[in-house]
Design a protein around this ligand. Sequence first.
Ligand code: ATP
Length: 302
Amino acid sequence: MDIAVIGSNMVDLISYIDRMPQEGETVEAPGFSIGCGGKGANQAVAAARLGSEVFMLTRVGNDVFADNTIENFRLNGIDTEYVLRTDSTSGVAPIFVDPQSHNSIIIVKGANGFLTPKDIDDAAEKIAGCKLIVLQLEIPLESVYAAIQFGKEHDIPVLLNPAPAQPDLELEKVKDCTYFVPNESELSLLTGMPVDTIADIENAANALLDAGIRDVIVTLGSKGALWVNAAGSKRFEAPLVNAVDTTGAGDAFIGCFSHELVTSGDVEIAITTAIRYASDSVTRKGTQTSYATAEQFSSSQR
Ligand code: ATP
């Protein structure tokens, strides 16, 4: 295996509504769709579509959504040996989208909340055979901390995407990750510093270096990304594209960055390619549905 994604999966339940219901009111939704999501699953799918061998350590419930998620992993060539069943509901996200594309989202973590450090121990042999561990914050923090320690002890690089933003994340317990990849709002929340300008973002990233983190890569939406480490900082521009839906762009970036890193071993190439891949994904609607395969991506770049 190339990459171990230790993280979340969710099933998006999307109702397309004419307007939000008032309290106590029932409204009819003219459209509905089901999509596979969750930050961990999204990142795993992007990396697998690009050709990496990916396995996911994740927990699903004992319901129909679990079957849907497992089938989606299989269709994307993701190893499901450690997709563990839990006696609970699966992670689901009821989403309401109005005609102006405003949305309201409810996240039910479900089984994702039951992924424990013991699960990491149980999958130790398989994780130890990977070239990179990829983490986000939709599973319990103690499991994130345990996975970072596991990477350190086994000399496996660890990428932490601190999303969604969690104010109680202890920097001391994540400083041993190899790559720390927040977006601007996560960086601001974690440091308590402004991120209005590139200079602000650089200062905030430097505060993370002061806390002991080695490499910080901040994604900047249409402005690309900024890589900051002890050697200095480097800005990477994003291409100008016709963005129609930026949902899941950050996960596309992480999935592609991870794939490129295990393939080329070169961080600059990984950032440059991940920006192009994520920027390509925002030209299509949906989350995983907007992620190109290796073939589609290379033909889009010609
Ligand atoms: P999300 O939460 O929507 O998944 P994010 O906030 O984690 O996204 P961003 O920093 O917004 O992540 O975007 C990640 C990458 O996606 C950027 O580095 C860029 O390559 C691409 N991207 C996002 N928005 C745009 C845009 N409007 N135009 C071009 N590229 C974009």
